[in-house]
Design a protein around this ligand. Structure first.
Ligand SMILES: [Zn+2]
Length: 120
């Protein structure tokens, strides 16, 4: 759900410390790029790089998230299975860069399977 490299907008709800809070909770919005959750985080959480100068990394516990809006993916990776005769090759398109699992591509960086996916 939270793909590393994707832009997300999360609505996070925390119990309010404010005594006269009408709802009993505070909500705020965290917007940024999902990064790999650091290994020292021992609970289910998503790590978001918000681009904030002082605190760029927000670790958000999954159970505190009440709203999730996926934005566009910065890094879009798609794979295609290409069947050619008896063989199946995997063509990967990673941020516009095309590669293929076939032997020909490993040598020439070019092959007939990956060619149709190249953008002009
Ligand atoms: Zn190929």
């Amino acid at each position: 759900m939270y793909k590393v490299g994707s832009l997300v907008k999360l609505t996070v709800r925390h119990r309010s410390n404010y005594l006269f809070s009408k709802t009993g909770y505070d909500e705020f919005l965290i917007e940024g790029t999902v990064v790999k959750t650091p290994s020292w985080v021992e609970y289910d959480a998503v790590a978001v790089n918000t681009g904030n100068k002082d605190f760029p990394l927000s670790i958000v516990a999954l159970d505190k998230i009440v709203g999730f809006t996926p934005s566009r993916h910065i890094k879009e990776v798609e794979t295609h299975q290409i069947v050619s005769g008896a063989n199946t090759y995997t063509v990967t398109v990673d941020s516009g860069k095309v590669s293929c699992s076939c032997v020909g591509f490993q040598f020439r960086r070019y092959c007939k399977h990956s060619d149709p996916f190249k953008k002009v």
